[in-house]
Each structure stands twice: as structure tokens, then as C-alpha cells.
Design a protein around this ligand. Structure first.
Ligand SMILES: NC(=O)c1ccc[n+]([C@@H]2O[C@H](COP(=O)([O-])OP(=O)(O)OC[C@H]3O[C@@H](n4cnc5c(N)ncnc54)[C@H](O)[C@@H]3O)[C@@H](O)[C@H]2O)c1
Length: 373
């Protein structure tokens, strides 16, 4: 254990092991406690850390003084994100380009590193793609999670945070989702079912291993990006979420945005969703990490309000001054009219609340667009 004032950490690169002395915490003139230094040294393994939500969470982890290793196979992200994270935070996480399906490689990683916690973002996430590639989705998302669970048990990393989704709520009588609701009923696609199955697997694992602290974070609809515009949502291939499609329409790469259905029971007929700024979402992970408790703890990460797809488009047009051509097409099978989070549990227990608005998300998206034409 390092003494107060002199923090040491083990820096492990994929090929070498060196021990380096950390610089003291950022404000050396301020008094700091041993507790701060211990936080400073905690190393978090972030799976899927070059992806959209993972990379924003890595930024918040580094800013909060944690040490970060990322593992990602880059199937839906780019290695250049690591340099952008360095540019934003002044710190470079260690990056392992590796597939979570490769259990021996994972074993090696856990053997050579002492992790305080694992944040498990990695997974395939396109609802539509999951319908044409159900095997790939179940195999990738479930086996990679089982591999992570195996390592956390074997190497006694007792804290795991899992990226779940509002999709686990399936079909409910009410559009407002509470953690206490029954899940798994009426989920209409393989992607959503992988999230539900993984939640159930983690509950079983927790029952057999009471030493574990497992947090399931159910995300609603993340949009926006870091205000620097350096990182954002940049999926490989055809985007599935609405904001990357708006970005591509604004860039002239896609002619029109498709709005799926305008005959829902909502004020303007288009679907209503709980759009949460990804920076707020990332900060929710830091709050969750600081409040981990034994057993399985579940939190909705959302704003508690809903906006329609047309409202999002019109806000984008108003703030950017740019027209976003769109066409109304048929509803997508399985899409719900309105869904939003009740975030009261996360607000009360994690002391976390969203701070940013849709307008902030759009302003930050425009900054991203400026740097990525
Ligand atoms: N973005 C959303 O709207 C949303 C909503 C709810 C839940 N989630 C969940 O949050 C997590 C992160 O989502 P995101 O939007 O950042 O997605 P993303 O695709 O941007 O990031 C996921 C990352 O995981 C990596 N990956 C996938 N399979 C892998 C494997 N076998 N081995 C190593 N790396 C692998 C990808 O390369 C990618 O970088 C996912 O689990 C997703 O299902 C996302």
C-alpha cells in the first residue's frame, strides 16, 4: 500500500510490465486524504471502452482519478478514440484490442492486473441487426458476459457493472418504467432478450456468490457527446439509433431520416423516448461505482421525461439552422409508443440526477459535426 502523498501504480501494457510513479493528484496545494489516494489508484476494466457510452464513461473515470484499462475488439468502434480520450483528459488508458470471446486472453489480462471493478459495456446493440443475426447476438453478448463472469469469480474482482437497457421492460401497461416492474415479457427482438437473459444470469450468479456486488444499469436513449466534440457516437456501418442518423443526414451522407410511425397515442403521433445526454449517463456510472453494494442492485438511468422524435428533429433544426429532411414510414414491429424512466431510485440512492438537456445534447452534437465533416 502506498503512503499518503506518494501514489504508485502498476502500469501494464499488452507487452510489458512497468511500475511507474503517479503524479500527485491534480491540485497539489489542496489537502487530500488517504481515501482520495486510494480512489486515485483504483483500476477499472472497461469492456467496450472505445464504443460510444464506454468512451464517455472512461473520460469520467479518468477525470475522477481512476486508472482505466480498456478491452475492445473494435467491431463497432475505432482505436483512434484512445488518443481523443488522452486529448480530453490528459491521461491515456491502456488499450487491449481483444475479443471477449477469447477466454485465454481474458485470463491473461486478469492474471496480470488487479482490478477494483469491471464495467461491462461490450456487446452488439442493433435491434434490427439482431433480428437478421440472432445467433451472432446471443453468442457474442451472452458468451462474452459469461467469460467476464468467470474471470471476476476466479480472480476475485467482486464488483461488476453491467450495461442493461430499457428494452428489458418489454411491454408494460404504463410508459413510465420502474425498476420493480416485471421484466422479460413482450420483448420483441433478440438484442433485447440478450439483455434480459444476462440480467437473469447475473441474478443467479449473485445468489451463488454473495460476495459479489453487481449493478445493472438500465439505460434509456443516450444522445449527444462530449462537449469537445472529439468523441461521439460513430458506429461502423448503418446506424440504428436516431442521433447518428440525424448526424449523417446533416453531413449529406444519408438523404432522409425515416420516422417510424406517426399514429401512436402520443401528442404528435410519433414515438416518445427518454433522451439522456451521454455525459449524464457516463456520470451515472461513477455514482454507481461509488455506491456498490453486495447482491444485485438495479437502477434506471434516464431523465424521467419523454420527447417525441419530431420534437428532437425540430429542436435540431432550430439550434443548427439546418433542415433535416424526413419521411414518415410504417411503424417498426415491436416499437412502443412512449417509454420513459422513473429515475427516482438512482436519484435517491446514487445521489445522481441528469443535469443536461436535449438542447445541450444537440449543441454538443453540432460541435462533433464541426470536427467530423
Ligand atoms: N446506445 C444505446 O442506445 C444503448 C441503450 C441501452 C443499452 N446499451 C448498451 O450499452 C452498451 C454500450 O453501448 P454503445 O452504444 O456504447 O455501443 P457501441 O457499439 O458503441 O460500444 C460497444 C463496444 O463493444 C465492442 N464489442 C462488441 N462485442 C465485443 C466483443 N466480443 N469483444 C470485445 N469488444 C466487443 C464494440 O467494438 C464497441 O466498441 C452495450 O452493451 C449496449 O447494448 C446501449
Amino acid at each position: 500500500m502506498a503512503e499518503c502523498g506518494v501514489a504508485t501504480r502498476h502500469h501494464v501494457s499488452p507487452t510489458s510490465v512497468t511500475i511507474v510513479k503517479c503524479a500527485p493528484p491534480p491540485t497539489p496545494t489542496e489537502a487530500f486524504s488517504c481515501h482520495d489516494i486510494i480512489t486515485y489508484m483504483k483500476k477499472i476494466l472497461v469492456t467496450g471502452g472505445t464504443g460510444f457510452i464506454g468512451s464517455h464513461t472512461v473520460v469520467e473515470l479518468l477525470n475522477a482519478g481512476y486508472d482505466v484499462d480498456i478491452i475492445d475488439n473494435l467491431c463497432n468502434s475505432k482505436a483512434s478514440v484512445i488518443d481523443k480520450i488522452l486529448e480530453i483528459t490528459g491521461k491515456k488508458p491502456t488499450f487491449y484490442q481483444q475479443d471477449l470471446l477469447n477466454q485465454p486472453a481474458l485470463d491473461q489480462l486478469f492474471q496480470t492486473n488487479e482490478y477494483y471493478a469491471v464495467m461491462h459495456f461490450a456487446g452488439l446493440k442493433s435491434v434490427s441487426e439482431s433480428q437478421s443475426k440472432p445467433y451472432e447476438y446471443h453468442h457474442n453478448n451472452i458468451v462474452s458476459t459469461l467469460n467476464i463472469i468467470k474471470c471476476t469469480l476466479e480472480y476475485k474482482v467482486n464488483r461488476l457493472i453491467f450495461s442493461s437497457s430499457a428494452t428489458v421492460y418489454g411491454t408494460q401497461d404504463s410508459p413510465e418504467c420502474f425498476e420493480s416492474m416485471t421484466t422479460g415479457q413482450g420483448i420483441t427482438n433478440p438484442y433485447g432478450r440478450t439483455k434480459y437473459f444476462i440480467e437473469e444470469i447475473l441474478k443467479d450468479v449473485s445468489a451463488g456468490h454473495p460476495e459479489l456486488s453487481i449493478t445493472l444499469l438500465r439505460y434509456f436513449n443516450p444522445i449527444g457527446n462530449h462537449p469537445s466534440g472529439l468523441i461521439g457516437e460513430d458506429p461502423n456501418g448503418i446506424p440504428n439509433n436516431i442521433m447518428p442518423v440525424i448526424i449523417r443526414v446533416a453531413q449529406g451522407k444519408i438523404a432522409k431520416l425515416k420516422v417510424f410511425g406517426n399514429d401512436y397515442d402520443t401528442p404528435d403521433g410519433t414515438g416518445q423516448r427518454d433522451f439522456i445526454h451521454v455525459v449524464d449517463l457516463a456520470k451515472g456510472h461513477i455514482a454507481a461505482l461509488k455506491h456498490m453494494q453486495k447482491g444485485v442492485n438495479i437502477y434506471n438511468l434516464g431523465t424521467g421525461t419523454a420527447n417525441s422524435v419530431l420534437e428532437l428533429i425540430y429542436s435540431f433544426e432550430r439550434i443548427s439552422g439546418q433542415k433535416i429532411p424526413y419521411e414518415i414510414v410504417d411503424r417498426r414491429p415491436g416499437d412502443l409508443g412512449a417509454v420513459w424512466a422513473n429515475p427516482a431510485k438512482a436519484n435517491a440512492e446514487l445521489g445522481w440526477k441528469t443535469q443536461l438537456t436535449i438542447e445541450d445534447a444537440i449543441t454538443d452534437t453540432l460541435q462533433y459535426l464541426k470536427l467530423h465533416q
